[in-house]
Design a protein around this ligand. Sequence first.
Ligand code: C5P
Length: 222
Amino acid sequence: MPSERPFIIVAIDGGAAAGKSSTAQALSGRHQLLHVDTGSFYRTLTLYLLKRGIRPDEPGRIGKALSNPAVATELRGREARMAIDGEVPGEELRSGEVNAQVSGFAAEPVVREFLLDYQRGQAEFARANGFSGLVMEGRDIGSVIFPGADFRFFLEADSGARSRRRSDQGQEDSIEARDRIDSRRQSAPLICPEGAIRIDTTEMSLEEVIEKVSALIQSKTA
Ligand code: C5P
C-alpha cells in the first residue's frame, strides 16, 4: 500500500457508545488509516487480569501480573489488535463481565502506564504496514496519547441515544457507570481536550457523522 499523502494522526475521544468505533472504522477505509481501538486494549488487559483472578482494586497484583506478558500487535483487516502472550481475544472482549470491570482497571495508573508506549507505538506499526496514518479512538487520545494529533475529535450523545445504540447491538453495557468512573478518575480522565472539535451525535445518523468528520479531514489533507 504505497502512500503519497502525508502521514496523519486522527484522535477520536468520547464516552461509551458515542459512535467512535463506527466512525473510526469508516475513516480508516476512506483515508487509508490504521484503525486503533484503544478500548479493546483496555478490554484485553481486563480479560487477562480477570482470568488470573485479579480485581481492579488490587494494584499490587495488577503490577506484578503486567510485568510478565509479551504484547504484540496483529493486523486484522485495517485494525490493530493486541496480542497478549500470543493470543488475540475475540468476542469475549465485549462480555458483560468485561464491560462491568474494564473502567475499574482503566482507572489504575499501573494499567495506563503499561499501555502508554504501546499505544504511541501504533504510529510506527501503521507506517511499517504502509498506511497513510492512523485513526485512534479512546478516552485520552487527544489529551494524553497524541495531544499533537493532526485532528482531534470529541464525540458525544445523550445517554438515552447511547443506551439505545448498545441495546441495538445486542450488548449488555453499563454506559453511565463506565462514563462516571472514566470521567472522575485521577489518571487521564475522559475530557474534551482544549482545541478538539466537539460533535454532538444525538440527532445525527452515523452517515452524517462520518461525512462531517471525513470532510474536515479531506479539507486539510487534499
Ligand atoms: O471504548 P470502549 O468502550 O471499548 O472502552 C472500554 C473502557 O476502556 C472505557 O470505559 C474506559 O474505562 C477504558 N478506556 C480508557 N482509555 C482509553 C480507551 C478506553 O480508559 N483511551
